[in-house]
Design a protein around this ligand. Structure first.
Ligand SMILES: [Zn+2]
Length: 164
């Protein structure tokens, strides 16, 4: 591996760890050794990384219409950055760029409903076909249809409007 390639991988690892990305994902993204990633995490956050299972599908973890709406926004940003070809491996640089943009688009002070580990699950679901886009016939918004989990297949924007 060239020095430059090594530098790019570390730079991406640092960005991902900054968002509290699970180290198994950072390792898949960068091929940096897990032990090195653990050390990096402790240096950046001044505490060890939390364990816990990895959500392998956003539909099984997202519990609210708000989360589905945020997942839809992130999915659009990710596809805009990585291009429409979905049968390829996850583009981790596109994922990280799209996640930074997602955070930047949130109104000041509001909490991101989509942690980066769920954003990764969105990218993974788009690739595997466990999530896809649908256009709502009522509000004409394209939203993320999650084929797993219990949120069903209805438009999150219309559901949120009803409550507003
Ligand atoms: Zn709708």
């Amino acid at each position: 591996m060239s020095t430059l390639e090594r530098h790019h991988r570390f730079a991406l690892a640092i960005r991902l760890i900054g968002h509290h990305t699970k180290l198994s994902i950072v390792h898949a993204a960068t091929a940096v050794r897990l032990e090195t990633l653990r050390r990096l995490y402790r240096e950046i956050h001044e505490r060890p990384p939390r364990g816990g299972p990895l959500a392998n599908s956003v539909g099984t973890v997202a519990k609210t219409r708000g989360q589905q709406a945020h997942a839809s926004l992130f999915a659009r940003l990710y596809l805009a950055r990585q291009g429409p070809v979905l049968d390829q491996a996850i583009d981790y640089l596109a994922l990280t760029d799209a996640y930074d943009l997602y955070l930047a688009l949130l109104p000041g002070g509001s909490r991101p409903l989509l942690p980066i580990n769920l954003a990764w699950a969105v990218a993974s679901d788009l690739r595997s076909g466990q999530a896809s886009f649908s256009r709502c016939p009522r509000c004409d918004v394209q939203y993320l249809l999650m084929h797993t989990g219990s949120l069903g297949l209805r438009c999150p924007i219309c559901a949120l409007y009803v409550r507003a």
